[in-house]
Ligand binder design. Structure first.
Ligand code: CA
Length: 514
């Protein structure tokens, strides 16, 4: 490590802030003096806040030029500010918000960037060529898992142009109030996942037979054709005698699809065919300083290239809703944003919780005192483009540009809903560290700190920690990520793909179970 990296360093996000975070690995001891003359009164861990001025009891604590809380006691300059020193402000009210008021920044089109993708009949483009086996109910999971294992070892090696075989297993399908209004969310989520661009159209279903979620309810025939458009294996069918006969049937059907998928080849596609979901998880105070601003910069590049970018995580944008409604491309989009926030407020209230349930012990250990501070660092992933649409949970995105996908912030549920929204690439930032992955879509993981990137060198695809130490800039890192996205979309494997790490599909079911 060079001397300049060891020198005491804090990062202030906005000129009006009265706190900054300590950048140095391992934090800094009491009595450390910064070049500006500020002296620490006590040890401050890395990523945690230090008071830049005396803050009186009741005074506003400002980061990102936003009040993230009020001092519970007098806080002298140079003190460590953690979650015990401040009181959280109330969330912004959802009436009288600024509606599409912000003048959109000048964004010049970005031409000439391409990737090698699999073009689908519906016009979408896959970044991977995957056979998916859709399931209607959890009951069939064990059988499908068994079959997938055998397909992968016995059949897949014979079809080199197919990347993978994935069983779309989940915990839904029966034991639920299937006609309750909220049941629409998990059902359409599953339907749209089976149509994800990397899975070419839900062509194979394994069903049990007696479950509530019947195959034609999951994937209704198109309005103009009687052709149901998929092959169905129903385990309770009289034709099956013994476990092996079910496996043989699934494998025979799978092989037919594998031989078709194997005919496909990558072709040159414009960057505008990318549909990228961005998410953060295992966040720390560096998420909003390094990785997320770089993702925001890359997100603007994608929008300029005509692509679709989705940010999400309702409880992590709720406290910045005034920024988002102002950035909406039209009043209609602003109203859609508010409707999703209202729905989620009610959903949380029903469970006697509020948005403060979001922050984890690890977030706090990493320096994030509360959800307001976490939200400000999360929203920067969306860059500066106008928000051109809102995707309700489980729906598929239909417009281009920067979209808000209304999803919970839970990593697995957010990822699952973004799959339904039609992403063909996922970017995930983490500060505390998570080995997160999706089987259906490549996930590029971005580390927020050098220390995490060093320890998890074979799990993190990009190290944005170099921004904090001044080794690179947000702009340079944003371009690096943009180019990495094009490479990964063209087939370059992420670390999660190399180790075959992926999380389970986790359907968002706000409806009742029976
Ligand atoms: Ca998340």
């Amino acid at each position: 490590m060079t001397d300049s990296l060891c020198a005491p360093l804090y990062i202030k996000m906005h000129g009006a802030d009265n706190v900054a975070i300590v950048a140095n690995d391992g934090g800094l001891p009491g009595l450390t003096r910064f070049p500006c003359g500020l002296e620490l009164t006590e040890r401050v861990p890395q990523g945690h806040k230090v008071a830049l001025a005396d803050i009186p009891a009741g005074g506003a604590i400002t980061r990102y030029n936003v009040t993230i809380g009020y001092a519970l006691d007098d806080i002298p300059s140079g003190s460590w500010i953690n979650e015990f020193k401040l009181q959280m402000p109330a969330p912004p009210r959802l009436d009288r918000l600024p509606m599409a008021t912000r003048q959109a920044p000048k964004m010049h089109p970005l031409d000439g960037y391409t990737f090698q993708g699999f073009r689908n009949p519906d016009g979408s483009v896959g970044t991977r060529n995957i056979l998916a086996i859709t399931t209607t109910v959890q009951c069939v999971s064990g059988v499908v898992e068994h079959a997938v294992k055998r397909i992968k070892s016995e059949l897949l090696p014979r079809y080199p142009n197919v990347d993978d075989v994935v069983g779309l297993e989940h915990t839904y399908g029966c034991g639920v109030a299937i006609d309750a209004p909220d049941a629409a969310i998990p059902i359409r989520t599953l339907r749209n996942i089976s149509r994800n661009p990397n899975l070419v159209g839900g062509t194979m279903i394994v069903s049990l037979g007696c479950e509530k979620l019947q195959p034609d309810r999951l994937l209704p025939a198109t309005a103009n054709g009687s052709d149901r458009g998929y092959d169905l294996v129903t385990l309770q069918d009289d034709a099956y005698v013994g476990f092996d006969s079910m496996i043989v049937s699934i494998m025979t059907t799978a092989e037919r699809h594998l031989s078709q998928l194997d005919q496909r080849r990558r072709e040159t596609c414009p960057a505008s065919d990318l549909v990228v979901g961005v998410q953060c998880g295992g966040s720390d105070a560096f998420s909003g300083v390094t990785a997320n601003p770089a993702i925001g910069y890359a997100s603007d590049l994608l929008v300029r290239a005509g692509a679709t970018v989705m940010f999400a995580e309702t409880t992590e944008v709720r406290d910045g809703i005034d920024q988002l409604t102002a950035r909406a491309a039209s009043e209609e989009v602003a109203l859609d944003l508010i409707r999703q926030m209202e729905w989620y407020d009610r959903y949380l209230a029903r469970g006697e919780a509020d948005r403060s349930a979001n922050t984890t012990p690890g977030n706090k250990k990493g320096g994030l005192s509360n959800i307001v501070e976490k939200a400000m660092g999360s929203i920067v992933k969306s860059g500066s483009a106008p928000i051109s649409g809102v995707v309700p949970p489980g729906e598929r995105a239909v417009t281009k540009g920067l979209l808000y996908a209304a999803t919970p912030a839970s990593d697995f549920i957010c990822g699952t809903l973004q799959l339904a929204a039609g992403i063909n690439l996922h970017v995930f930032s983490t500060g505390r560290g998570t080995p997160y992955g999706l089987a259906e879509v490549p996930v590029i993981k971005v580390a927020t700190r050098n220390d995490l990137a060093r320890r998890w060198h074979d799990l993190m695809d990009l190290n944005a920690g170099r921004i904090a130490t001044g080794e690179t800039t947000i702009e340079e890192m944003g371009w690096e990520l943009f180019r990495l996205m094009l490479d990964v979309a063209s087939g370059r494997k992420t670390w999660a793909e190399r180790w075959q790490l992926h999380n389970s599909l986790t359907l968002f079911n706000p409806g009742p179970v029976t």
